[in-house]
Write a protein that binds this ligand. Structure first.
Ligand code: PMP
Length: 372
C-alpha cells in the first residue's frame, strides 16, 4: 500500500517527505540559523499595538500592493546597503521561500530550467520541482567557492531561465565576490535569463564583502532577495523580500495570490522595521562569536569553512550522523547537512556556544568523533 493510494498525486512527488529540519524540544537549538536573541519587551509592545490596530480593520482585505511595507523596506536597504530603490522595486511574501517560489512561477515552468551550484540551499530543487521546472546543479570548487569561467560555461550550456546564487551560501557560509556575481548576471542578461542572488544572510557578512544590491541599477534581469528571518530576528513573522527592477517585480505581481501578505504580517513587519536598530543590534556580537567558533574548531584540528553568515560548516567526520546524535544526546541540536562528513552549527548566544563546545570536545575524545 502506497501512502497516497487512490489520490491523483503527481508522480514526481510520490517519493518525497515534507522538507524541514527536525523540530525537537532540546535546550540548545543551533540548527536553523535563527537569531538567538528575542525582541525586547518594548519592541514586543509596539508590534502588539500595531497588530491590534490591524485587527480593528480585519473585516476588510489587506492592502494587496502593501506599498507602505515596500517603502519601509526600501528605506531599510538604503540604510543597510546604500541602495536607492523605489517602493515599486521591492517585493515581499511569507518568507523568502515564497518570494523565490513566485520567481519560479513567473520565470520557470515546463520546458524551462533553473540552475544553481551545489552544495547550496536544499529548497532550490524543491521550488523547481513544484513549478515543473527542470533542475540543474553545477558544482562549487573543493573550497566551496564558485569558479567564474565554469559558472559561465554552465549557464551557456544549460541556458536556464533562472539562475539561483546564494551569497552567503547555505550551508557553506561562502560569499561570492562581486566581480563573479556581475560576470554571471551579465552572461545571463545576454542569454535572456534572470539571476536571483539570495542574500538571506547578508547582514552577517564580514566587513568589505559587498552586497549584489550595487548591481541592481545596471541589470534589470537581477533580483537580490533578503529575509527578516535571520539577522532581523523575526523567523516566526514569515517575511522575506527582494529588490529588483520594476519589470521584474511586475512579473511577480502576476503570479502572487491576491492578498498573500496578511494585514497582521504587514503590521508586524512594519513595526519590526521601526526597531531595526535593536533587532540588528546583536549581529555584531554574532559575527564575533562566529569568527571565534571558526578559530576554535580549527584549533582542534577540524576543518571549518570561512563564513560570512551566522553558521559554520565544519568536519569532516567518519560518521557525521553519530556526532550529530551525540551532540543531541547532550541537548545540543545542530544540522546534518552539506557534503558527507560535514555538519553545520548556527551561531547562538555565548552560553549556547559554550554548551556546543563542551559537548563537541567530549565527543572528539571518543571513537564517535573520529575524523575522516
Ligand atoms: N535562502 C536561504 C539561503 C536560506 O538558508 C533560507 C532559510 N533557511 C531561506 C532562503 C528562506 O528563509 P525564509 O523563508 O525564512 O525567509
Amino acid at each position: 500500500m502506497g501512502r497516497f493510494d487512490g489520490l491523483p498525486i503527481r508522480e514526481e512527488l510520490k517519493s518525497f517527505e515534507p522538507y524541514g529540519a527536525p523540530q525537537l524540544d532540546v535546550p540548545v537549538l543551533l540548527n536553523v540559523n535563527e537569531n538567538p536573541y528575542p525582541p525586547s519587551e518594548e519592541t514586543v509592545a509596539d508590534i502588539a499595538g500595531s497588530v491590534a490596530e490591524a485587527a480593528r480593520g480585519m473585516n476588510r482585505y489587506p492592502d494587496r500592493e502593501f506599498l507602505g511595507l515596500r517603502a519601509d523596506l526600501a528605506a531599510y536597504l538604503a540604510r543597510e546597503s546604500g541602495a536607492q530603490l523605489e517602493p515599486e522595486q521591492l517585493w515581499a511574501a511569507n518568507g523568502s521561500n515564497e518570494v523565490m517560489l513566485h520567481i519560479l512561477q513567473a520565470f520557470g515552468g515546463p520546458g524551462r530550467t533553473a540552475l544553481s551550484f551545489a552544495p547550496t540551499y536544499s529548497m532550490y530543487p524543491e521550488y523547481a520541482r513544484d513549478t515543473n521546472t527542470a533542475w540543474v546543479a553545477g558544482r562549487r570548487a573543493e573550497d566551496f567557492t564558485l569558479d567564474r569561467s565554469k559558472a559561465i560555461a554552465a549557464i551557456s550550456r544549460h541556458r536556464p531561465s533562472v539562475v539561483l546564487l546564494a551569497s552567503p551560501n547555505n550551508p557553506t557560509g561562502t560569499a561570492l565576490p562581486i566581480d563573479v556575481t556581475e560576470a554571471i548576471v551579465a552572461q545571463a542578461a545576454a542569454l535572456g535569463s534572470v539571476v536571483v542572488v539570495d542574500e538571506a544572510y547578508a547582514e552577517f557578512r564580514r566587513a568589505g564583502t559587498p552586497s549584489a544590491m550595487s548591481l541592481l541599477p545596471a541589470y534589470p534581469n537581477l533580483a537580490v532577495s533578503r529575509t527578516m528571518s535571520k539577522a532581523f530576528a523575526m523567523a516566526g513573522g514569515r517575511v522575506g523580500y527582494l529588490a529588483a527592477s520594476k519589470q521584474f517585480v511586475d512579473a511577480l505581481r502576476i503570479v502572487r495570490l491576491p492578498y498573500h501578505l496578511s494585514a497582521i504580517t504587514q503590521a508586524a513587519a512594519r513595526a519590526a522595521l521601526r526597531h531595526s536598530g535593536e533587532l540588528l543590534g546583536r549581529v555584531e556580537r554574532l559575527r564575533v562569536e562566529r569568527d571565534e567558533t571558526v578559530d576554535w574548531l580549527r584549533s582542534l584540528g577540524l576543518r571549518a569553512v570561512d563564513s560570512d553568515a551566522n553558521f559554520v560548516l565544519f568536519g569532516t567526520f567518519a560518521d557525521r550522523h553519530a556526532v550529530w546524535q551525540a551532540l543531541l544526546d547532550d541537548g545540543v541540536l545542530i544540522r546534518e547537512t552539506g557534503p558527507d562528513g560535514w555538519l553545520r552549527v548556527s551561531i547562538g548566544t555565548s552560553e549556547e556556544m559554550a554548551a556546543f563546545r563542551a559537548s563537541l570536545e567530549r565527543i572528539l575524545k571518543t571513537d564517535t568523533g573520529r575524523l575522516s
